[in-house]
Design a binder for this molecule. Structure first.
Ligand code: 5GP
Ligand code: MG
Length: 180
């Protein structure tokens, strides 16, 4: 499938499934080496990172923990404005080595919020492993330590990422076609 349609938009193949799996396996080996002798708690940010997390962790041959969380932004009182919270963090992260697993770091706003919220619980360390990174869109503080692919500032779908909830199940990554 070189071209797909989701809702009203057309997308073309950008990164093949084979290329993705090769890169994800290499990332896993790098993490394994960097965290030798340390226990890791992976915190996977739903929904987008479910497929990346699964393939990444299957390639890590050591004991590890994984938990799935969501970032929710709700409106507090009119004086406080938006409030962010992490949903689903059941285990204690204090004194643990945390690797946050993201689908994509774009502006970096989401990952900055997640790190600020996690730091409040005093983990031993936090690093970020993201499948995709758009350096030209990034305005955040936390540059991801582990990156699958650096991509240009164009909208992509597949491998967990959606366009209005469709496309998450695609095994390859697709890019929005400019001429629709
Ligand atoms: P941030 O801008 O905070 O780094 O990223 C916010 C969210 O925007 C990401 O978690 C992701 O859900 C969404 N996002 C950013 N760029 C893309 C993209 O190219 N495709 C898709 N499907 N989602 C994106
Ligand atoms: Mg996301």
């Amino acid at each position: 499938m070189n071209e797909i349609q989701l809702h009203d938009k057309h997308f073309e193949l950008f990164i093949s499934s084979e290329e993705i799996l090769t890169k994800v396996a290499a990332l896993a080996k790098k993490i394994e080496a960097d965290y030798e002798g340390k226990e890791i708690l992976f915190l996977s940010i739903l929904n987008g990172s479910f497929m990346f997390t699964s393939d990444l962790l299957k390639n890590i041959q050591k004991q590890l923990e994984v938990s799935f969380i969501k970032v929710s932004s709700y409106s507090g009182t009119s004086t406080t404005g938006r409030v962010d919270e992490l949903i689903g963090l059941a285990t204690s992260i204090t004194d643990k080595h945390i690797i946050v697993v993201e689908d994509i770091v774009d502006t970096g706003i989401t990952i900055d919020k997640v790190i600020t919220l996690l730091n409040a619980s005093n983990p031993a360390s936090i690093s970020v492993c993201t499948f995709l990174y758009k350096p030209s869109a990034f305005k955040g503080n936390s540059v991801p330590q582990y990156v699958g692919f650096e991509i240009p500032n164009k909208f992509v779908v597949g491998y967990g990422l959606d366009y209005n909830q469709l496309g998450r199940n695609l095994a390859a990554l697709y890019q929005l076609k400019e001429t629709n």
